[in-house]
Ligand binder design. Structure first.
Ligand SMILES: Cc1cc2nc3c(=O)[nH]c(=O)nc-3n(C[C@H](O)[C@H](O)[C@H](O)COP(=O)(O)OP(=O)(O)OC[C@H]3O[C@@H](n4cnc5c(N)ncnc54)[C@H](O)[C@@H]3O)c2cc1C
Length: 147
């Protein structure tokens, strides 16, 4: 029986890499704890899109990497010369619309489901790059200045 529709929307489903030798959930993502330690594996850390964090984004991957690197340093018993990474997760996005760039920032303090969000036409972070956060944004900006 044929049935009509005004519109059809197809959305991609996130799928992990099913990395051999590492645990993964049923979607193929590597399960990690808050420090990036891989569940069920000894001295293995993972960050970024391959992990089971719900939101996949480069800026978040950078923050996860800072937390994981600090945990590796602690595990090695090395005195970390850098301040401990923030417990606050910050999602930064630049939306290019018909009027220019709209900067979006949402902060999560790690407790509950509450995000504090801010939007602005002025840059909310510096450098105002697409991949924002940690040392990576500054490193990239030095090599490819933001217009
Ligand atoms: C169209 C698009 C636009 C985006 N825009 C933004 C944005 O503006 N800002 C932002 O913050 N994020 C953005 N993202 C998301 C961002 O690209 C990802 O979140 C980020 O790249 C994740 O980094 P990652 O290092 O975890 O994974 P990746 O960048 O995917 O790196 C994984 C690397 O591992 C390699 N690899 C895979 N399997 C294996 C294997 N078995 N062995 C060895 N190597 C392997 C891959 O080739 C790849 O080089 C965007 C994504 C898309 C698709």
């Amino acid at each position: 029986m044929a049935c009509g529709a005004d519109a059809v929307v197809a959305l991609a489903q996130p799928r992990g890499p099913f990395l051999a030798g590492l645990p993964h959930d049923d979607r193929g993502f590597v399960p990690v704890d808050d420090a990036g330690r891989v569940a069920g594996a000894v001295d293995v850390w993972a960050v970024g899109d391959s992990t089971d964090h719900e939101v996949k984004q480069g800026g978040l991957a950078v923050q996860q990497a800072d937390v994981a690197a600090a945990d590796v340093v602690r595990r090695l018993g090395v005195q970390d010369p850098l301040p401990p990474p923030s417990r606050t997760t910050t999602l930064r996005a630049a939306l290019l619309d018909g009027r220019g760039t709209l900067y979006l920032r949402a902060e999560h303090d790690g407790a509950g489901a509450h995000w504090r969000t801010i939007t602005s036409r002025e840059a909310l972070w510096w450098p105002p790059a697409k991949i924002a956060g940690g040392h990576l944004a500054g490193y990239l900006a030095e090599r490819e200045p933001v217009a």
